[in-house]
Design a protein around this ligand. Structure first.
Ligand SMILES: [Zn+2]
Length: 185
């Protein structure tokens, strides 16, 4: 394990003295700690093991995909008859995944934890743009597969024109998918 973490940014945690009883942690804090440990364990289990200092956004993306096997959110595949149905009348064999919201919150906690453990914000792999793109795709995909729109309904021509869209980097493919989804009747 690495003992070379800078101490100045993390006055709370000291590696030398374990005498102090852990303070009462909020749910967020304890969850964050659990997530951080899980991620650290995941890196260690890689072959070869990945040092935290070598960790980049690809490791994070792999980690997110790895977590899907523990997910509890049914995400219908395109071939499933329940694709796009928020409340299917029967069960199907589509895979369970991590819900987008869970992943999004997880990334937020790990991003904070990374910096609390001495990581630099500039190199924070959890803050990488690739992660944001991935999460957006997951959100898109799950919203469609589960028939749960995350956006307010808009008229088609409004979607087409990028009038006041804050996110200018939304790709046109996304829009066409949204339109397709909107008119399933
Ligand atoms: Zn299904």
């Amino acid at each position: 394990m690495s003992g070379g973490m800078p101490k100045d940014s993390v006055p709370e945690s000291s590696s030398s003295s374990n005498h102090r009883p852990p303070p009462q942690l909020s749910r967020y804090e304890s969850q964050k700690r659990r997530d951080w440990n899980t991620f650290g364990q995941y890196l260690k289990n890689q072959r070869p093991p990945v040092m935290l200092s070598q960790c980049n956004c690809n490791h994070v993306l792999d980690f997110l995909r790895y977590l899907d096997q523990f997910g509890k959110t049914k995400v219908h595949l395109h071939g499933c008859v329940f694709f796009g149905q928020p409340d299917p009348p029967a069960s199907c064999t589509c895979p369970l995944r991590q819900a987008w919201g869970s992943l999004d919150a997880l990334i937020g906690r790990l991003r904070a934890a990374y910096e609390e453990h001495g990581g630099s914000p500039q190199t924070n792999p959890f803050g990488n743009g690739a992660i944001r793109v991935y999460l957006r795709e997951v959100r898109e995909c799950q919203a469609k597969a589960r028939g749960i729109p995350y956006k307010k309904k808009k008229k088609k021509n409004q979607i087409k024109s990028k009038d006041q869209a804050k996110t200018s980097n939304q790709n046109p493919q996304m829009h066409s998918l949204l339109q397709k989804n909107g008119s399933s009747a």
